[in-house]
Design a protein around this ligand. Structure first.
Ligand code: HEM
Length: 200
């Protein structure tokens, strides 16, 4: 199971590597990917036109969905008796890993590590402030996720509820328009929170 999680969680990086190396693909791989494109709802055979936005969106979405999977662990156990608790930390750390790349791309590439610039963006753009708030919570949770620290700081992990609300707002605001896809993504996050809150 652990191997499956590693392989699944690293798929976004494989996807990025595939997109950035399209020009070097041997013909058999290119043909295979064209064939696969017919079945999956993904572009596989074109280099991204805006590489930075492509990467930032990819890691942002990966963080969001890995966090959603982390939130699914508790309801899976309480509603259908599937116990994946021992894999929750790994899933959460992968969610944080992608959130870290997403945040570092903003701080390092957008803002050139100018912390006053970052502060200015946080103060003037609410969607950046919501993202930053969520990131700081995930950072705190990752720091206190070892067995020993989790026992001590267990109650801090309830902050995940706030992080998810902040991420949902950050996500909606970054898209500017409300589409069925956006509503479905946010609905999924809130449903997962609700399932955890309603004790059985
Ligand atoms: C330091 C904190 C953060 C900053 C500065 C930040 C910044 C950004 C920026 C600049 C965008 C792109 C907006 C655009 O394309 O115009 C974005 C989109 C997004 N962010 Fe963040 N973000 C942060 C934290 C997070 C966190 C913690 C998550 C999830 C766990 C997240 C998930 C997303 C998602 C899913 C998108 C939308 C990507 C898409 O267009 O499909 N962000 N963020």
């Amino acid at each position: 199971m652990r191997v499956l999680i590693w392989l699944g969680a690293l798929l976004p990086l494989l996807y990025a590597a595939l997109r950035f190396s399209v020009e070097f693909h041997p013909q058999w791989l290119y043909d295979g990917l064209v064939y696969l494109e017919g079945y999956v709802h993904l572009v596989l055979t074109r280099t991204p036109t805006d590489p930075l936005k492509f990467l930032s969106d990819l890691v942002g979405n990966s963080a969001l969905w890995l966090l959603a999977l982390t939130l699914l662990v508790t309801p899976l156990r309480s509603y259908i008796g599937i116990n994946l608790l021992k894999y929750r930390r790994l899933l959460g750390l992968f969610a944080f890993f992608y959130a870290l790349i997403h945040a570092l791309m903003f701080i390092g590439i957008d803002q050139q590590f100018d912390l006053f610039g970052v502060q200015h963006e946080v103060m003037t753009k609410p969607f950046i402030a919501f993202g930053m708030g969520a990131f700081l919570i995930l950072f705190l949770m990752a720091l206190t996720s070892s067995k020993k620290l989790f026992a001590k700081f267990r109650s801090w992990h309830k902050l995940v509820y706030i992080a998810v609300v902040l991420i949902a707002i950050h996500y909606l605001m970054s898209h500017k328009t409300i589409t069925l896809t956006n509503v479905t993504v946010v609905g999924t996050l809130f449903l997962l929170l609700a399932l955890r809150l309603v004790k059985r």
